[in-house]
Design a protein around this ligand. Sequence first.
Ligand code: NAP
Length: 362
Amino acid sequence: MKKFKWLFILLAMMLCMTAFAACGAPEDPPVAEVPAEPGYTAEAPGEGPASASDITSVGGVPLVTLNNGVQMPRFGLGTQIQELESGDLGILNQTARESVTAALQAGYRHLDSAHGYMNERGVGQGIVDSGVPREEIWLTSKLWPSEYDNAYEAIDDMLERFQTDYLDLVYLHHPAGSISDIESAWRDLERAYREGKIRALGISNFDNRMEAFNAIMDEEIKPQIMQIECHPFAQRIEARELAERYNIQVECWYPLGHADQRLLNSDTLEAIASAHGKSVVQVIICWHIQEGFSVIPGSTNPDHIRENIDIFDFELTDEEMAQIRAMDEGENGRFFNINYDGFMGNYFVNNPPREWNGEFTN
Ligand SMILES: NC(=O)c1ccc[n+]([C@@H]2O[C@H](COP(=O)([O-])OP(=O)(O)OC[C@H]3O[C@@H](n4cnc5c(N)ncnc54)[C@H](OP(=O)(O)O)[C@@H]3O)[C@@H](O)[C@H]2O)c1
């Protein structure tokens, strides 16, 4: 049964999506209860292994200064390979390893992984294979909700899987489970941050559960980054305003709509792409950058990986930006809108990611 677990998660998510589509858009997101802190600055990360970090701009990728003074490249590789998650974890990790090596060799210096993607070992091995020094790379991972009640140990396990002694960014992946477990996980992240094991802290998908969002905003160190679904069909205006109120950088997942064909074949985007001699995907990534997002398009195809970073030699005009903004379908344009108070919330807490302890072959 175990090997069908991730397939089951995907099916359950698809059911949620269908239910969401049938019910239409949800009500307006509730407003945060905690007073906003515009211009919020967080204490800097403590001295520790992470002090070795040496991030610079490579390949024209802009850096953003986060609310704790740390600089992050605003473009990176998304490493989730959903179609392999229910299969052989050795193949999954080998695929992640190869795409990470291709990306680092193409100039990428930001990698987005997660325990839930079951690929951290592959990502870590890809870094080693690439020959790029660890300190020059922004490495992100995410704690899974089943780990929230003992997050401090889970961070050490994560470091071991990546073969590294620090992470640049760790998210709480989903606002699932009890608020007290979420708060306890956040305090463990704060501890690791103060010990110089993590350079920035993030919340992922917390825009879907304001109770959890507000709880984190009450903590001593507020997040530097918030990861949300965001692409031209779902431009997430309310969630972006929420982030801005707390001086939090937004990072977009599904930035290409997970290769949704209606998006990639849009007439508007095709016309803009041909005006610049670029591909539709390049135009979408350029739009993300010009909107101020951090963006992590996923790919396992080395040609696509190189194409996606080749965007820093052109700019979209104000009119083109306006045309893409007009593609926003609001909440209806989202592909996932999980209700964490329901079945999925409990499911995430009770189902840890599968572990792979095999050996890589060359
Ligand atoms: N926090 C969360 O809950 C959450 C949820 C989902 C995703 N994420 C993160 O966000 C990242 C991005 O999401 P995603 O990878 O699912 O979706 P995505 O980046 O929107 O789209 C990826 C898809 O686009 C295709 N693609 C990429 N470059 C292309 C190109 N130049 N031309 C044509 N097709 C191209 C890829 O296929 P090829 O492999 O063939 O290039 C893949 O099928 C993930 O990898 C993950 O790191 C986070």
